[in-house]
Structures are given as C-alpha cells and as structure tokens.
Design a protein around this ligand. Structure first.
Ligand code: F6P
Length: 365
C-alpha cells in the first residue's frame, strides 16, 4: 500500500509560530506515523497552482524559532474566488472543482490548513466538496471562535507590552500623552491584554465605542493632579460613539478589503487641540507579527500540530483543532466559519482593567 500523503499550507496574514506548526506536523507525520508531507507554497495559491515542496527532516530542521512561514502565505488566495486577469481585466473565478481534481491527482489523503477565520471558512467549503481538511488556528488577533486562544497572539501581546513599557519612560520625561496603536482588526484582545500588562491609563477597544470628552477629562486630570503623562493604548479598530473606524486603505482584491489604521493620529490631534498637552503616536503595525515566537506560542503551535496529525490518522476531518481550558481538542468548521470572537462587554478582563482604575473611554455610571 502506498504511503499516506498529507498536504499542509499556511494561509492569511503570517504570525509567529507558523513554522513551529509546519515542523510539528512534518516531524510527527514522519516519526510517529511514517507518512509523507508536502507543503504548498503561498497558502491556497500553491494548491490551486500545483506548487509545493516535499517536507522532510532537513528542511524543517531549525525553523522552530523563526517567525513567518517557510511556505509563504497569501491573504487573497481562495479556490472559490480565484483572481485572474482576463483580457486585461481582473476577475474572480470559482476554481474549486479544478482544485479538488488536483487534490485527488496529488494523492492527498488529507490537508492541514493553518490560518485564521478566512482560511477556516475556505477549509470548511473544501471539506463540503469532499476534501479531508483539518484546520489549525493562528492569528495575532485572537478573534477565532471556539478556541480560547490562537498561537501568534502571545508573541504579539509581548511585543506590544514591551513597546508600552518603553513608551512610558519617554512619555514620563516629557509629560506627554503617548498613544500606542495596536493591531487586532475588529477585536480588542491585543489592545486590552497588552494595555493591562503595560499599565495603560486609557485602553480603547472596538467593542466599546469611546467618548472623546471622557478621554480628554482623564488626560487633563492626570496632567494636573497625577503623574503628568498618559499612555493611551488604542486598538486599530476603535471608534467613537456614533462614529466610524479609521480606514488606512482598501485592498480591493482581498476577501478582507478594509485595512484599519490611523486612529492614533486622529485621537492625538483631537486631544492636543483641546488640552494643549503634547501628544505623540506610535503605530506598532507589522512589528507585532514579526520575529521569533514566545515559548508559549511555540508550545501551543506544536501541540496543535500534533493534535492535527492525530485527527488525520484517525480520519476525523472537517474540524479545527482548538484550545479549551487545558485541553487540546477539535471543533467542526461550521462552528467557526464566518464568525469572529470579540471581547464581550462582561469580560473578566474588562472588570480587571476597570478595577485597577484603567479608563476604557467611557464615563462610569
Ligand atoms: O489579522 C492580522 C492582522 O495583522 C490584523 O491585526 C491587521 O488588521 C491586518 O492583519 C493587517 O493586514 P495586512 O498584513 O494585509 O496589512
């Protein structure tokens, strides 16, 4: 009987820990189960275009500590909406049937798709067409449903926390307001958790629209009676009550077209104009996605990889591996597809932030 063949791809935005999953899957497949692994380049694009590499001990050796993904990724590739240029025009085509043909021709017994909500949605759709897919959740945003966390988040949270720590000393020296803008899309996890860890005075989340008057009141009060400086941690997706998010750019050929960014500058102008206190802005951007993963992310990524392989050999497909409490488990794709996990208003972390006197941009009743 031919050796079983497993495919792996990394889709969506990169994050630290992807290489740890590639290594974990490859080593477990080879050592524990005696299977063959191929890695598709650039997410689903490699699967559509038949571009892959055979993964072995040599080419996954030494990558555990490396950020990014050795396979490359794409946050635009989608077999159901493949972007092609026809007669000089960009059009999208459903090439999922051709992709399924290739999946069969390559002799794949299973596909492990490592990614965020977009990747899980495509994985679920390919499963419905007969592919044996197992998902592995990644994102620095921690906004995937049905898992307590995703790998990549801990590293991004550490980077953001260190940035807040560093900005404290310069804010303090100049008696300034320092705004730190962090990523997270529509979810405030990264802002909330790095804000608590870094002792932000004001933390603004997409889930809690802010009142600019309240922010100005807190900044003024701190400037007159407090430590004379303020640190505001603002999520890129934060917005004022009754107002809109700040859009940095639209990426027209991406399934997720809106790229957020710039709320930090918008707020800084408003605060400076009103209070005459000098403001400075640091937008952390993609720094939060780069570099070596933390120990926690390396461990979680490896646990997810081993669990994904266990599901594959037990023929338990159409599922995403997940962390629930201390358990590494699995959930069906349809519980994850097209959904986002936002910070609930009654989150324990919100209570914790309020308890230590952090302002969340809203007047307390
Ligand atoms: O989803 C991860 C993320 O880094 C978000 O936090 C951010 O809004 C977005 O991706 C940025 O996307 P891009 O890498 O396409 O600029």
């Amino acid at each position: 009987m031919a050796k079983k063949r497993i495919g792996i791809l990394t889709g969506g935005g990169d994050c630290p820990g992807l290489n740890a999953v590639i290594r974990g899957v490859t080593k477990t497949a080879i050592h524990k189960y005696g299977l063959e692994v191929i890695g598709f380049y650039d997410g689903f694009l490699g699967l559509i275009e038949n571009r892959f590499i055979i993964l072995n001990n040599e080419n996954v050796s030494g990558i555990l500590t490396h950020g990014g993904t050795i396979l490359g990724t794409s946050n635009k590739a989608n077999p159901f909406e493949h972007i092609v240029v026809e007669n000089g025009e960009t059009v999208t085509k459903d090439v999922s049937n051709e992709t399924m043909e290739l999946y069969k021709d390559l002799g794949l017994d299973a596909l492990i798709a490592v990614g965020g909500d977009g990747t899980m949605t495509i994985s679920g759709m390919l499963s419905q067409k007969g592919a044996n897919v197992v998902g592995v959740p990644k994102t620095i945003d921690k906004d995937l449903m049905e898992t307590d966390t995703t790998f990549g988040f801990d590293t991004a949270r550490s980077i953001a926390t260190e940035a807040i720590d560093r900005l404290h000393t310069t804010a303090q020296s100049h008696h300034r307001v320092m705004l730190v803008e962090v990523m997270g899309r529509n979810a405030g996890w990264l802002a909330l958790e790095s804000g608590i860890a870094g002792g932000g005075d004001i933390i603004l989340l997409p889930e809690i629209p802010y009142d600019i008057e309240e922010i100005i009141r807190v900044v003024r009060q701190r400037s007159r009676f407090g430590k004379r400086f303020s640190i505001i941690v603002v999520a890129e997706g934060a917005r004022p009550e009754g107002g809109d998010q700040v859009i940095k750019k639209m990426v027209k050929d991406s399934p997720e077209k809106v790229r957020l960014g710039g709320i930090g500058y918008h707020l800084a102008n408003q605060i400076e104009n009103d209070t005459q206190i000098e403001c400075r802005v640091a937008i952390l951007g993609h720094l939060q996605r780069g570099g070596t993963p933390t120990a926690l992310d390396r461990i979680l990524a490896t646990q997810f990889a081993v669990k994904a392989m266990e599901l594959v050999v037990n023929n338990q497909f159409n599922q995403m591996v997940a962390l629930k409490g201390n358990d590494i488990t699995a959930v069906p794709f349809d519980k994850v597809m097209g959904r986002q996990k936002l910070v609930p208003k009654d989150s324990d972390l919100i209570e914790v932030a309020l308890a230590v006197g952090t302002n969340l941009g809203q007047k307390l009743d």
